[in-house]
Design a protein around this ligand. Structure first.
Ligand SMILES: Nc1ncnc2c1ncn2[C@@H]1O[C@H](COP(=O)(O)OP(=O)(O)OP(=O)(O)O)[C@@H](O)[C@H]1O
Ligand SMILES: O=c1ccn([C@@H]2O[C@H](COP(=O)(O)O)[C@@H](O)[C@H]2O)c(=O)[nH]1
Length: 239
């Protein structure tokens, strides 16, 4: 086990990777593969909270750059995360896992509103709870939403499955000589302004002593591998 005594995790999956090989949107086959991986982790007895980003559909900051009002663009981004949550719910249920989606922005015709105690009960019953719409507030990201839910739900760790295999000393997509950290402290990530996760999310995890594990979700089988301590990843934790 990567982190001993881990019973409940929050798994944050990049929205961007849901595109698979496409240029936009949701690759249903890729999502089905991801669902199988999440199921395999769930089958080991772990309680799993899920958060999915929205980068495959819409990011507020890109919308704002094209002239949209930032707040409106952020609400659009949050709605994109609800679409991804529904796609993942569908894939998980096809794989035979019971799930509930809870949205930070109430959409009663589509999913449950976020109610912490209710989410707790779902987890106790063995369901995977997918938290959608981030924090429900503009000017945030799903990473911060994930950190917030991880703290509220008393998760033992936040696993960020993204397009890179860990935290580097500089952006590995921009610098060939970037070096990956095996472990790094919250404070180092913040003081060096390493961009793999937004600062609010890192600070929230630091305050609540929730280790963050950054790994690549593009590589098949990585969820199980990382949980078993066999994968390539970076652990962000206190000194
Ligand atoms: N120091 C760094 N170490 C690792 N990755 C970094 C670093 N600095 C910047 N990055 C970039 O951070 C990105 C991952 O974070 P990002 O928030 O963009 O994705 P995500 O949260 O997984 O996706 P989404 O927003 O679609 O959910 C990678 O694309 C990587 O290039
Ligand atoms: O709490 C939140 C979470 C997200 N947003 C908006 O949604 C998009 C998509 O989320 P990503 O984390 O980038 O995948 C984000 O760009 C924001 O525009 C938000 O406003 N508040």
């Amino acid at each position: 086990m990567l982190l001993p005594d881990t019973k409940r995790i929050l798994l944050k999956l990049s929205g961007e990777v849901l595109m698979g090989e496409q240029e936009f949107g949701i690759d249903a086959e890729f999502v089905a593969g991801l669902a199988e991986e999440v199921k395999a982790a769930h089958d080991t007895g772990l309680e799993i909270c899920l958060v999915i980003g929205g980068g495959n559909i819409f990011r507020g900051i890109s919308g704002a750059a094209k002239g949209l009002d930032r707040t409106t663009a952020d609400y659009m981004g949050m709605m994109a995360t609800v679409m991804n949550a529904l796609a993942m719910q569908n894939a998980l249920e096809n794989a035979g896992v019971e799930t509930r989606v809870q949205s930070a922005i109430p959409m009663p015709a589509v999913c449950e509103p976020y109610i912490r105690r209710r989410a707790e009960r779902h987890l106790e019953k063995g369901r995977i709870v997918i938290f959608a719409a981030g924090t429900g507030n503009p000017f945030f990201t799903t990473d911060t939403g994930a950190a917030l839910r991880a703290a509220e739900m008393n998760c033992d760790a936040l696993l960020k499955g993204t397009s890179v295999d860990g935290v580097y000393d500089k952006d590995p997509k921009k610098a060939d000589d970037a070096v990956r950290f095996e472990t790094i402290s919250y404070s180092q990530v913040l003081s060096a302004n390493l961009k793999v996760m937004d600062a609010a999310a890192v600070a929230l995890c630091r305050e609540n002593d929730i280790p963050i594990v950054v790994f690549s979700i593009r590589e098949k089988g990585n969820v199980k591998r990382v949980l078993a301590g066999e994968g390539v990843q970076t652990i962000v934790r206190k000194d």
